[in-house]
Design a protein. Sequence first.
Length: 218
Amino acid sequence: MPRVLILAEDIETVEPLVIELTRYDFTCSVCDTAGIDEQLTEQNPDLVLLDMDSLASAGSLCQAVKQRNLPTIALADLETVSSLNGRLEADDFIVKPCDTRELVARAKRLLHTRVDSNTEVIRYGDLSVDTARCEVTVAGYRKVLTFKEYELLKFLANNPGRVFSRDTLLDRVWGHDYFGGDRTVDVHVRRLRSKIEDSSRCFIETVRNIGYRFNRNS
């Protein structure tokens, strides 16, 4: 059964969610923010849920989680989600109160994508994508990516030279039942570029009015 770690300051507020997820065969544990690194090691989750409305330091928590390449879903009310404006690097967002079936569907999609990763190393120039370890390096330096940034890069690098529309990328990377708009793709591409590119490297090209492609000649 998938292991889910729910991070919340007020543990009582997420108890109903734990009960619902357990009914869908998830194994749940709830932790506060104290000693997050130790808790991640001890719990060894497959997926992390961030209860945004009770977390004062969600940004730093997300950083700690993504260091381990763990899929992350943020739960928050509509006002909180709108105010973030893409600043929190979670892989997905769900507006509270959320439908449990929707949450389960998104969680399973993230977990399925993670399990399906293959074992080859993709190399272009000094970029290396180790799909066995879910690690990305540029010129020998490890780059810390969110789960979706990593999946987006892996998909594009596996299909060099091919142009993909935003809708196609949403379908292939996020899944056909993803509810977000195509701006999600632009935000993730922008973040990805800031982490793996510089003035001498351009791995992801924008194809005007269409979408993006991976530049095999970087």
